[in-house]
Ligand binder design. Structure first.
Ligand SMILES: N[C@@H](CCC(=O)N[C@@H](CS)C(=O)NCC(=O)O)C(=O)O
Length: 333
């Protein structure tokens, strides 16, 4: 855990002293877009055209933000086009490292560097930033395209379609507005909400975050009683963004981040919806609970000083979800 300040590494934890104990996530700094023809995207510069083998993705299998990008890489058939390097699950005084001694950690397949911060410094030797995953790297221009998962998945959704022939669309134009609306609430209170609860250093900050989190989970539980997916009648980006947080919930956030009013298995609709997404082709293979458990419980020693990784529940993700019959039946009625 740490940050770069003018190119120099400082092993600092998040400072909550000026925000009343509230965790405030930093804004990602690299915001260019890969597009089919290399035109500029909604932010950043032009010049990042979709090409096979040109881009490299750095992820942690523990991280829910990086996980989104791995799910879209799988759903969109991008594995042969975009190679991946996976960091070690422990994020300690050197931040994310390319130590490959943990099963599934690959080292830096592209440059053989030691630390993720070396990737950032390669893009900008004088950078001031937190060193986060995911990172999308351009081998041609030798720089970071983007390190904001919300944007990387939008690129993956369509920029490579002409190369892969995979036109599955998780952002249908007619539902974009509603997807954005849901994403906004779910980001603030669930995706980032679990971190706001877990990293809070005052009772007030914790109460705010935990209350809002469970209000949103109750709201989603009601919403999923009457519809199979969060928006429209097809699975969309909004579902996948919620999935990466909820799949970690009962094993990690419930205990480690004190989100323990309820577990996801206690919400019948959310739990069945979660099982359906888990069982979606190509998705379960992107979930690595060994990395997830080691990362959270071992890395955050200010929350878990003895670094004991607990025995955790084993939710039956493969059990039938029944959502297909349920909604087929309700449509026929
Ligand atoms: N906005 C980023 C957030 C990514 C992020 O915060 N990743 C965490 C891992 S789950 C990280 O690398 N944290 C390191 C740090 O903040 O120092 C995104 O969604 O891509």
């Amino acid at each position: 855990m740490g940050e770069l300040i003018e190119g120099v590494w400082h092993p600092n934890w998040y400072d909550t002293s000026s925000s009343g104990g509230r965790f405030v996530r930093s804004r990602a700094q690299f915001r260019n877009w890969i597009t089919a023809d290399g035109e500029a995207g909604p932010s950043g510069e032009a010049g990042f055209a979709a090409q096979p083998g040109r881009y490299h993705l750095y992820v942690s299998h523990a991280c829910p933000w990086a996980h989104r990008t791995m799910i879209f890489r799988s759903l969109k058939g991008l594995e042969p086009l975009i190679e991946v390097s996976v960091v070690h699950p422990h994020m300690l005084e050197d931040g994310w490292t390319f130590d490959a001694s943990f099963a599934g950690a690959t080292g830096d397949r592209l440059h053989g560097q030691a630390f993720l911060r070396d990737v950032y410094l390669r893009a900008d030797p004088g950078l001031s930033a937190r060193v986060t995953v995911p990172v999308l790297w351009d081998r041609e221009r030798e720089t970071i395209v983007n390190n904001e998962s919300a944007e990387i998945i939008r690129m993956f959704n369509s920029a490579f379609d002409h190369l892969t022939g995979n036109d599955a669309d998780f952002l249908p134009a007619e539902h974009l507005h509603e997807i954005d609306r849901l994403n906004e609430r779910i980001y603030a209170t669930v995706n980032n909400g679990v971190y706001r609860a877990g990293f809070a250093t005052s009772q007030e900050a914790y109460d705010e975050a935990a209350t809002a989190l469970f209000q949103t989970l109750d709201w989603l539980e009601d919403r999923l009683a009457g519809r199979r997916y969060l928006v429209g009648d097809r699975i969309t980006e909004a579902d996948w963004r919620l999935f990466t947080t909820l799949v970690r919930f009962d094993k990690v956030y419930h205990t480690h981040f004190k989100c323990n009013r309820r577990q996801i298995v206690q919400y019948p609709n959310l739990w069945a919806w979660l099982r359906e997404l888990w069982q979606w082709p190509g998705v379960a293979q992107t979930v690595h609970f060994d990395h997830i458990l080691q990362h959270y419980y071992y890395s955050h020693d200010h929350i878990n000083p003895h670094r004991i990784v607990p025995l955790t529940p084993e939710p039956a993700f493969d059990a039938p979800h029944g959502r297909d019959q349920l909604f087929q039946a309700s449509r026929l009625r």
